[in-house]
Each structure stands twice: as structure tokens, then as C-alpha cells.
Design a protein around this ligand. Structure first.
Ligand SMILES: Nc1nc2c(ncn2[C@@H]2O[C@@H]3COP(=O)(O)O[C@H]3[C@H]2O)c(=O)[nH]1
Ligand SMILES: [Zn+2]
Length: 361
């Protein structure tokens, strides 16, 4: 279920749960995957994630877990086939391997080794994918070792396509193409299924806000921690500062309003059109998260406006009242009481936004 909370689980337990995802889908018997090879593969993938705030092994686990939840909810194997689901699940596990905690914009602007190697074209996603196939090169970890070279070619193409689709620079392209085929979606059309798989890994990748608030919010804190670390580095190194990562420009609610409203929800709604079963599971929770952050954002804006008006009022009284004697004391008291009234009004308005109940309006 998308309500799953990975926090109380140890890394070793999460590895066992990943293994269980393969077993539940019967992949080991269907594709002759030896269990020890699967364990080796998962452990090697685990070791190739870095200890960064957001793009770490636990993020990869959550992405795989969301795909797993979706695949049961919509009975994905019966629609796109078991092999495609195996490719997708494995891609989810590999999709951020060796992520350094600085995104493509930084890689390109800082002309890092990865940007040079991949000519600024999805440097990170190319790297994640390349690390995945390095791991699979080792026979002890190669869960596809029983595949024929033709079959392996299909896996390789599918994993490359899926992992490269997680580059957010391609978000609009992928969503537009998917929306175009939606009215005539055809599971027999390979192009349609490929596009669906790209949307599925993307949905899983950015699905934290479909989880309950107590699970989603700590992830947002970690993401912002990584964002701020990058924008601080950009400032320090004289690079262009990525606006949506700038601690001076964004707040938690402002960031979520933009991201959920413009990026996440349109993607989830498109997938929800194809799979009605996902409406309650992930689309509606995302709508509720957006409502929550919109109310919080409004409340923040009002707070800023009230603070500004208090400062203006105080400046005005300071320049227009005598500052000594009885008059000065009266004016100070008046200012105090005014700011108290303003603050009370503000506190009320904040609560009204957060908990809009009829008896408070
Ligand atoms: N603001 C915001 N961005 C998100 C959230 N979830 C995912 N993202 C962004 O979506 C991106 C998906 O690809 P990356 O992993 O490179 O980096 C991720 C973040 O930049 C979220 O909840 N809020
Ligand atoms: Zn990711």
C-alpha cells in the first residue's frame, strides 16, 4: 500500500522486502532467477547508493514499493506482461544508483566529470543506468544470467528507457506524448506500453506526496536539505543558482504548491485516466496534499502581509508622535494594543485557513 512507512524498518529488512517483491510476483520461478543471485544483486545495489539526504537507498526502496503497490492495484502483469513488470521493478531499484546529491543542472553548470562524460545529456540518469549494468556484469549479481542474448537485449533496452525517463527535463515531453495516446490506448501497441512504463516509473519516483502526511513530510525535509545544499554550493562557487532550490526564495508550502500543482498532479491524473483504480489510491491523496499546502501557503502570505503592516504602522507612529511625556507613553500603548489586535486577527485567519470549519467563518 502507498501508506507503507519505511522509517521503522532497518536497511537489512528493506532488502528482504525488496526480495519479497520479486517473490510475490513469482519472478524467480518465471525467469529462473536464483535467490542467492537476487540477494547479491540487491545488496550490491544497496552498497552503490550514497549517504545523501534524499537520493539514497531508502528513496530507491520507496520508489520500488510504490511501483509494487500500483502493480497489484491495477494488475499490471496481466496488462503489460510479467517481463515488463520485472524490468520496471529492477529499474526502480537502480534508477538513482550512486546519486551524488547534486542534480543535472549543477552537473552541467559545474562541468563535472559526469557532464563531460555524457555531453550534458541526462548525465545523472545515464550514470545510474551505467552503474546498474556494471553491477549486472558480475555473474554473481546478474539476475538475468539465464536470459538469452535476445531476451537480455529487451531487458537492457527497457531498463535504459525507464531510467532515462526519470530525468525531469523530459517531464513535459513524456506527459504530452502519454496524454496524446491516452484516448486510444492500446496494450498491443509496443510504443504505447513503452510510454506507459516511462510514466509508471516517473509516477513512482515522485510519489512521496501520495503517502500520508507523516510519511511524506520527512521526505520533503530531506529533499529541501539536498536542494539547499546544492544552492549553497552554487552560490559559493559562483554558479547560476537553481531558483527552486534557493533557501532565500522558496518555502516548504510554496515549493509543494508549484511542484504538486504543475508537475505531480497532472502526471498522476493522466495515469488515473487509464487506471481508474488509482484515483483513491494515489490521485486523491495528492489532491488533498495540494489543498493542504495551498492553505498553508495562503496563511504564510497573510502572515508576511500582517508583519509588513505592523512594521509600517510602527514606523508611522514613530515619526508622527512625540516620543516623550504622557503623549509618548499613550502612543506606545496604542501601538502595543493595535499590534495585539492585528496579531490576534492574523492568528485567527491562519487557523481558519488550516482548519476551515463553518463555526469559525
Ligand atoms: N518540490 C518537490 N520536488 C520534488 C518532490 N518529489 C520529487 N521532486 C523533484 O522531482 C525530481 C525527480 O527527479 P530527481 O530525483 O532528480 O529530483 C526530484 C526532485 O527535484 C516533492 O515532493 N517536492
Ligand atoms: Zn528518484
Amino acid at each position: 500500500m502507498p501508506t507503507f512507512d519505511a522509517r521503522p524498518w532497518e536497511d537489512e529488512e528493506l532488502l528482504l522486502l525488496l526480495q519479497q517483491m520479486y517473490l510475490d510476483h513469482d519472478f524467480c520461478s518465471k525467469f529462473a532467477i536464483d535467490i542467492q543471485t537476487l540477494r547479491n544483486f540487491l545488496y550490491e545495489a544497496y552498497k552503490n547508493y550514497n549517504d545523501v539526504p534524499f537520493h539514497n537507498f531508502r528513496h530507491c526502496f520507496c520508489v520500488a514499493q510504490m511501483l509494487y503497490a500500483i502493480s497489484w492495484c491495477v494488475d499490471l502483469p496481466s496488462k503489460i506482461g510479467h517481463l515488463e513488470v520485472l524490468i520496471l521493478l529492477t529499474s526502480c531499484i537502480c534508477h538513482d544508483l550512486d546519486h551524488p546529491g547534486y542534480n543535472n543542472i549543477y552537473q552541467i553548470n559545474a562541468k563535472t566529470e559526469l557532464a563531460i562524460r555524457y555531453n550534458d545529456i541526462s548525465p545523472l540518469e545515464n550514470h545510474h543506468c551505467s552503474v546498474a549494468f556494471r553491477i549486472l556484469e558480475n555473474e554473481d549479481c546478474n539476475i538475468f544470467k539465464s536470459f538469452s542474448s535476445e531476451e537480455f537485449k529487451v531487458v537492457r533496452e527497457g531498463m535504459i528507457r525507464s531510467i532515462l525517463a526519470t530525468d525531469m527535463a523530459r517531464h513535459n515531453e513524456i506527459l504530452t506524448n502519454f496524454k496524446e495516446i491516452l484516448p486510444n490506448f492500446n496494450y498491443d501497441d509496443k510504443g504505447h506500453v513503452n510510454l506507459l512504463c516511462m510514466v509508471l516509473i516517473k509516477v513512482s519516483d515522485i510519489s512521496n506526496e501520495a503517502r500520508p502526511m507523516e510519511v511524506a513530510e520527512p521526505w520533503l525535509d530531506k529533499l529541501l536539505q539536498e536542494f539547499f545544499k546544492q544552492s549553497d554550493a552554487e552560490k559559493l562557487e559562483g554558479l547560476p543558482v537553481t531558483p527552486f532550490m534557493d533557501r532565500d526564495k522558496i518555502t516548504k508550502p510554496s515549493s509543494q504548491c508549484s511542484f504538486i500543482g504543475f508537475v505531480l498532479l497532472p502526471l498522476f491524473e493522466a495515469l488515473g485516466e487509464l487506471f481508474e483504480e488509482l484515483q483513491d489510491l494515489i490521485v486523491q491523496p495528492v489532491r488533498e496534499a495540494l489543498d493542504y499546502y495551498r492553505r498553508l501557503n495562503e496563511a504564510n502570505k497573510e502572515e508576511r502581509m500582517h508583519r509588513k503592516s505592523i512594521v509600517e504602522l510602527e514606523q508611522h507612529s514613530a515619526t508622527h508622535s512625540p516620543d516623550s511625556g504622557k503623549g509618548g507613553a499613550q502612543s506606545k500603548n496604542m501601538r502595543k494594543s493595535l499590534s495585539f489586535q492585528t496579531r490576534s486577527r492574523h492568528i485567527f485567519s491562519v487557523f481558519k485557513h488550516l482548519y476551515p470549519r463553518e463555526d469559525m467563518s
